[in-house]
Design a protein around this ligand. Sequence first.
Ligand code: HAM
Length: 421
Amino acid sequence: MDTIKGIKGVKDILPEETPRWRLIEDSARRWALCYGYQEIRIPLFELTALFARSIGAETDIVEKEMYTFPDRDGTSLTLRPEGTAGTVRAFIEHNRAADPLPQKYFYIGPMFRHERPQAGRLRQFHQFGVEFFGTSDPRADIEVIALLWRLLSDLALPALTLEINSLGSSGDRAAYKPLLRSFLSQQESRLCVNCRRRMKTNPLRVLDCKVPDCRAATESAPRLIDHLSPEALAHFDQVLAGLVAIGIPYRLNPRLVRGLDYYCLTSFEITSTHLGAQNAVGAGGRYDGLVEMLGGPSVPAVGFAIGLERVVLMLPRPSSSSFNECLYYVAAFGEKGTKLGLGLLEELRRIGLSAQCDYRAITLKAHLRQADRSKCRYAILVGDDEAARGSVILRNLSSKAQEELPLAGLSSLLKTRTFSS
Ligand code: HAM
């Protein structure tokens, strides 16, 4: 019979990989809490309209990458392609703006985009993201960038660059769009079909197109950064000055427009030359109009998300394999030994000492082979002779040193030793 395979671009994370994932997730949680963010858990799927309205109907995500399906009553639902829209929806729905602001949230979880799978680009991927609601102060922008930078630096990721740009206010963009459009119309023959269409409806998206010909054609396009209002410019200058003050290096990238429509003012991306074509480890920016656009009050906000698969790809390999953290292998054999072993195994686990056993092994030799394979630190040998003496043999599996210990009170003795060593 044919075996059923997993879906293309949707990966299993196997037990030997989960310690790396836990390390990243634990670190992300620690840093988020340290900066005063609280965890929010939002649904994996939402009404399609939420994403279309927030991310933008003419973005790649909404046009070609969403997993959208009708619910049984015909309502259009979508697997979340990112976490900002859901967090904003929850913020509005639970009337959080009535509570004291600012409010700071973080989330970790799977996202879904139907992209062409390649290294660092999947169809189910994971993000750690933060959203800071309630202030338009540039120090909030600096704070989220600092959190992102500290987290990635703490994980010792190599060759990171913070690229930053300002997308101005909505008024700045409205004034800039005709300039861009008229430039693009002169380049129309060099643009891809998508860009020709978007040129008319949403010309900023053309600057984000990954097609090499489009990139070349827009090389000398007018720059939004040269058309910022004094307020937007002042905001940007304060963000940059703050980054200098706290020692975070950046590179201005006037082409950075981001692939989602909700951004304004500060937008940024952290890239690494250690990643291939998909070189963005994390990205974000300010989205002051989104809460209101989704039906809430006017609440400014800023945030970012990192792609955990990309972090995993870049994480330095640990020098030794600490794969199995189990402490004890219980090697129980013989009639009485086997009976005692069952109780001992359970007792160790009950008091919080990790322990395992291969129930198929019935001889000491077979147990010792399995104990070595298990990568436990110790084996506890208990056969009929030990049972008769009321003792066990504790064997250190790396040094092979052995000692005989009384069975009575063994688990508390081991617990004392474990937690005092
Ligand atoms: P984004 O740039 O679409 O922004 O995604 C953020 C990060 O998620 C990317 O930099 C990348 O590391 C990772 N990522 C995106 N797509 C994939 C994929 N197909 N496979 C693997 N990793 C991927 C957002 O999602 C915004 N919601 C970020 C944000 C939060 N802005 C404000 N708050």
